[in-house]
Design a protein around this ligand. Structure first.
Ligand code: UTP
Length: 224
């Protein structure tokens, strides 16, 4: 299968967790060795948000804030790519063309941010669209999608399965701001809905959840 793995910066980079990054790299190698084609999109986490704040404090506009966050995510992508070794591409993919070329060479794609005004989730969705992915798995800092924000509401209920439209209803009205944190970006879901790419949002602190998702086992929240 063609698979996009979205590694939340909130998972591997807030604080930076090298053990977890290493575990993910080994896991991606396994998935690749099983014959799957894989693209990994890494976020910038807390460090990206620190730089967004620096840019904001300097009086820079949102676009510049986004640009520094993208640079940070690309450093994490670079580290991840180096740790992957041989099975990864020669360099971090900076464009969707880079991503497609890298996959064409039979290598694992690794990228961070792409352009201002979006999130890394949207990047993962655009990559999924570009390469015709069958599945996008997001390793998030929660167990999946809830009916309301579980960090604010203790009675929030985790949803096992929902349609793209049901998802969009829950997140109606959110707009992009630099550093916005969502379980998965509704803009990404719009792209994925258009191309009917199945999405699984699961707890990224347990890398084995990615394997479960690939095997079709019940994990996290399935959006389809
Ligand atoms: P994300 O919020 O997408 O990454 O990017 P993350 O740290 O992995 O987040 P979680 O784990 O899903 O919460 C951080 C910020 O970088 C900018 C945006 O400001 C975004 O909020 N960004 C990222 C872009 O502007 N363009 C991109 O292509 C990617």
């Amino acid at each position: 299968m063609r698979l996009v793995v979205r590694l939340g910066g909130s998972v591997v980079a807030s604080p930076i967790n090298t053990d977890l990054m290493g575990e993910y790299a080994d896991l991606i190698k396994t998935v690749k060795a099983e014959g799957h084609e894989v693209a990994v999109v890494v976020g910038g986490g807390a460090l990206a948000r620190e730089f967004i704040k620096v840019a904001r404090d300097l009086g820079l506009q949102m676009e510049a804030q986004d640009e520094v966050a993208i640079s940070v995510s690309r450093i994490f992508a670079q580290l991840f790519l180096k740790r992957l070794g041989e099975c990864g591409c020669g360099k971090v993919a900076l464009t969707l063309d880079d991503a497609a070329d890298c996959l064409g060479e039979g290598k694992v794609v690794v990228m961070g941010g792409l352009k201002p005004g979006i999130t890394t989730d949207a990047v993962a969705a655009l990559v999924a669209e570009r390469i015709g992915a069958d599945l996008l798995v997001k390793g998030s800092d929660q167990e999946g999608v809830y009916d309301k924000d579980p960090r604010k509401y203790p009675d929030a209920v985790k949803l096992d399965r929902l349609t793209f439209d049901e998802f969009s209803k829950i997140f109606e009205g959110t707009v992009h701001t630099a550093g916005i944190h969502q379980i998965i970006d509704p803009e990404a879901i719009k792209v994925l809905k258009r191309h009917r790419v199945k999405v699984i949002v699961a707890n990224g602190f347990k890398p084995e959840n990615i394997l479960s998702a690939v095997k079709g086992e019940k994990v996290g929240t399935v959006i389809s």
